[in-house]
Write a protein that binds this ligand. Structure first.
Ligand code: GLA
Length: 355
């Protein structure tokens, strides 16, 4: 019997939202909050999946193959299933999960869960994983989420969690969706005395919810791609967001290169406006935190992740973090909403093994 421990981070997307399943660009970075998977091999073929946030699931490999696993454990079972399909040896396992991420909060708690399990299973065969192999693991995790759990997500979160490096964003180009191209982009927030303030609205979405807006947006984007000359206003607005958003990512990368922080901030804020007005995935709580952060002096602010709740981010001078967070808190209080949670995040490392 052997034990392997892997930790995988959540992510914040700096800019480039709803572009991953539309052949576009995005620029996420890994954060310090994450998920730890401890895997112990068993002599039989049984599986147990336990977590600090849910009930233990026990079963057999047959249950996994029959897709007879529900709730959060399905994300783990889906990874085992996808990796076995890819030819990995998956033995009987006792799996224990702990996390510091808010669940369903727009910081990719599901990708962190998938990637921690995937890296640990891979390490049972061989400990070093080069970048290409990590890309294949990310694809297995994406398939787990899309084909096993049934949440039609795009692939950004898993690549960010597995490939991020400290102080860098992961620029992902999905022009060829079957072979995304990945580059590290230096962010330099720390050296510029800037911080990224995350505000968790407390509003929760479920990407796996069939009636949810995420699946609907995907369908609308497909309809637009099939007829880009459409006169249907909603579809045209969805298409406009996707096109302008990739362009904003390109300009953000340029602005980062020259440390032009006011342009980075303006592009973030423009991204939010496009997600609010053209893509219509924001909500009152996200808009309020963005507006309050900007009024309190943030260089830029936007929702991050799929939307319909979750988190916003604001780029602020390090010394202003408390002041901006307090201003957001007051704007929630004025509307009678529960106080939002805040996290200050910096671009950290991707998934790794604990020796
Ligand atoms: C969720 C999905 C990602 C991506 C974002 C929106 O986080 O998991 O694949 O589509 O929404 O950019």
């Amino acid at each position: 019997m052997s034990t392997v421990i892997a930790v995988a981070p959540g992510r914040v997307n700096l800019i480039g939202e709803h572009t991953d399943y539309n052949g576009g660009l995005c620029l996420p970075f890994a954060i310090g909050l994450g998920t730890t998977a401890t895997l112990t091999t068993r002599r039989d073929r049984r599986l147990s999946i336990d977590s600090d946030r849910g009930e233990v699931w026990t079963g057999t490999w047959d249950d996994v193959v029959r897709q007879d696993v529900n709730g959060w454990a399905a994300y783990v079972a889906g990874v085992l299933w996808a990796m076995a399909e890819d030819g990995w040896e998956v033995p009987g396992l006792d799996i224990a999960i702990t996390t510091t991420l808010p669940l369903g909060g727009g910081l990719s708690s599901s990708a962190a869960l998938e990637c921690s399990v995937a890296l640990a299973v891979a390490a049972l065969s061989r400990p070093d994983r080069d970048r290409d192999e990590r890309m294949r693991l990310a694809e297995a995790c994406r398939r787990a989420e899309t084909e096993y759990v049934g949440a039609p997500t795009g692939g950004m979160d898993q690549l960010a969690s597995l490939l991020a490096t400290p102080d860098h964003g992961v620029l992902i180009d999905f022009a060829d969706p079957t072979a995304p191209r990945v580059h590290d982009v230096e962010l330099g927030f720390d050296a510029a005395s800037l911080a990224v303030l995350v505000t968790d609205t407390g509003v929760r979405h479920a990407l796996a919810d069939g009636d949810g807006g995420y699946a609907q947006r995907r369908a609308e984007c497909e309809a637009f791609a099939a007829d880009p000359a459409t006169s249907e206003r909603t579809l045209a607005a969805r298409g406009r967001h996707v096109r302008t958003e990739s362009d904003r990512v390109r300009r953000t990368v340029e602005a980062l290169r020259t440390r032009d922080w006011s342009t980075v901030g303006e592009l973030m804020t423009a991204s939010h406006a496009s997600l609010r007005d053209d893509f219509e995935v924001s909500c009152a709580e996200l808009d309020t935190s963005v507006d309050a952060a900007l009024a309190a002096g943030a260089s830029g602010a936007r929702m991050t992740g799929g939307g319909f709740g979750g988190c916003s981010i604001a780029l602020v001078a390090r010394d202003d973090v408390d002041r901006v967070a307090a201003a957001i808190g007051r704007s929630y209080e004025a509307r009678g909403w529960p106080a939002p949670a805040h996290h200050v995040v910096s671009p950290g490392a991707g998934a790794r093994l604990h020796q």
